[in-house]
Write a protein that binds this ligand. Structure first.
Ligand SMILES: Cc1cc2nc3c(=O)[nH]c(=O)nc-3n(C[C@H](O)[C@H](O)[C@H](O)COP(=O)(O)OP(=O)(O)OC[C@H]3O[C@@H](n4cnc5c(N)ncnc54)[C@H](O)[C@@H]3O)c2cc1C
Length: 367
């Protein structure tokens, strides 16, 4: 039995970022089922940070994270586009950017096309340019957390799928193919599997729903320098589109199909819908989808992260429900989760922004 002060289940961005925060204070071990960290949702994101998703809490966490994210991200504009019937949604998004003190410009269709020349007129009656959004290097983010964890004496054990959890006295005992592990504090950062981990531990699940999202990649027009194209996103149902390296573009029709926790794969219908939405809204022709993937974004019923101690299960700490914003909120959310695990005060900047432990508590979901 290998003993630690804290065990973290899950080597995605949630588990690695919280473990890196905990490591200077306590002996922490991350247990990851797969042979490498970041295999599931964290290895499948489109790696962007912006204010075009989530409600106020998620956007507040994003605002609190932007400074730290800049370390692994470069400024890249986001262009939020609205068709004729979507101006009210664009107005609401403009208000959000105003509230969060973003550097943004409201523009008409001509200026939008100046940035994104392939937009069809009917797709964009007005737009908002967010000049402060970030293209993230998510691989570097994962690696830097893993390195910080190890530098502070922590451990990341891969190939360690937790198959049984027992609570004996004050200690959690976990069974994995890489050996048995114990600690008085157990952090559940298992992404789509978080409810399953709770059940295994005899803890009430919170109702985490994994939802599949599909991304396609295709060749950009050869005569265009698409690396300068903004991250372009419809304010309503539609799609997003962004440049990838090597003359490729990525697109998603922002699907969110409920799924069991699994190794998600892109379905043909989703790929076709994504391609069709792009072709309807732009003059691009997608002759061939070069590659595609899908990942699971996991949500609590109220779509807010779940961070904090489970009722009636001493030392069981939730760190789940990061939805579609796990990277852009990680710098702030990992500090909240580390404070919850270590019994430290709530982070001051987050408190000043109006957040509390209660905002994230599993108790709000009856767990
Ligand atoms: C297509 C797509 C695009 C996205 N784009 C963005 C974006 O632009 N910006 C952004 O901020 N976010 C984005 N996201 C969301 C972001 O990727 C997630 O919020 C984040 O990765 C969730 O991290 P996680 O660590 O909770 O989950 P995961 O990365 O899934 O990690 C959970 C880990 O737990 C492990 N695990 C599960 N069960 C066990 C067990 N029994 N024992 C041991 N280990 C276990 C799994 O193997 C897994 O590695 C996107 C997501 C998708 C799918």
């Amino acid at each position: 039995m290998k003993r630690s002060d804290v065990l973290v289940i899950g080597g995605g961005i949630a588990g690695l970022s919280v473990a890196a925060r905990i490591a200077p204070h306590a002996a922490v071990t991350v247990l990851e089922a797969e042979s490498a960290p970041g295999y599931h949702a964290s290895g499948r994101s489109v790696a962007f940070a912006h204010y075009g998703l989530g409600e106020t809490v998620v956007r507040t966490l994003t605002a609190l994270s932007m400074g730290a994210l800049a370390e692994h991200g470069g400024l890249h504009p986001a262009l939020h586009i609205a068709a004729e019937g979507e101006i009210a949604a664009l107005d609401a998004l403009e208000e959000v950017h105003h509230q969060f003190g973003c550097n943004y410009t409201r523009v008409g269709p001509d200026a939008a096309r100046g940035l994104m020349p392939v937009l069809r007129a009917e797709a964009c009656a007005a737009a908002l340019i967010d000049h402060g959004s970030l293209k993230l290097d998510t691989h570097a983010m994962l690696q830097s957390h893993a390195a910080a964890l190890k530098a502070a004496g922590g451990a990341l054990v891969t190939g360690a799928r937790v198959s049984a959890i027992a609570h004996e006295g004050d200690v959690w005992r976990l069974t994995t193919p890489a050996g048995d592990f114990s600690a008085p504090i157990l952090v559940n950062a298992a992404g789509a599997w978080a409810d399953g981990i709770a059940r295994m531990a005899g803890v009430t699940p919170v109702g985490i729903e994994p939802r599949r999202r599909t991304v396609i990649s295709f060749a950009a027009p050869q005569d265009e320098d698409v690396s300068r194209w903004p991250f372009t996103k419809t304010v309503g149902e539609g799609f997003y589109l962004l440049p990838e390296g090597r003359g490729q573009l990525l697109a998603s029709h922002m699907d969110q199909t409920p799924s069991d926790p699994c190794d998600a794969a892109a379905e043909e219908l989703d790929k076709a819908i994504a391609a069709d939405r792009v072709e309807q809204a732009t003059t691009l022709t997608i002759r061939r989808i070069s590659h595609s993937w899908a990942g699971l974004r996991s949500f609590a019923p109220d779509e807010l992260p779940v961070i904090g101690a489970a009722a009636g299960a001493a030392g069981f700490i939730w760190c789940a429900g990061q939805g579609g914003a796990g990277f852009q909120t990680a710098p702030a959310l990992s500090r909240v989760a580390a404070a919850a695990a270590l019994g430290l005060p709530f982070p001051e900047d987050a408190a000043e922004a109006g957040l509390t432990f209660k905002t994230f508590s599993p108790a709000r979901l009856g767990a």
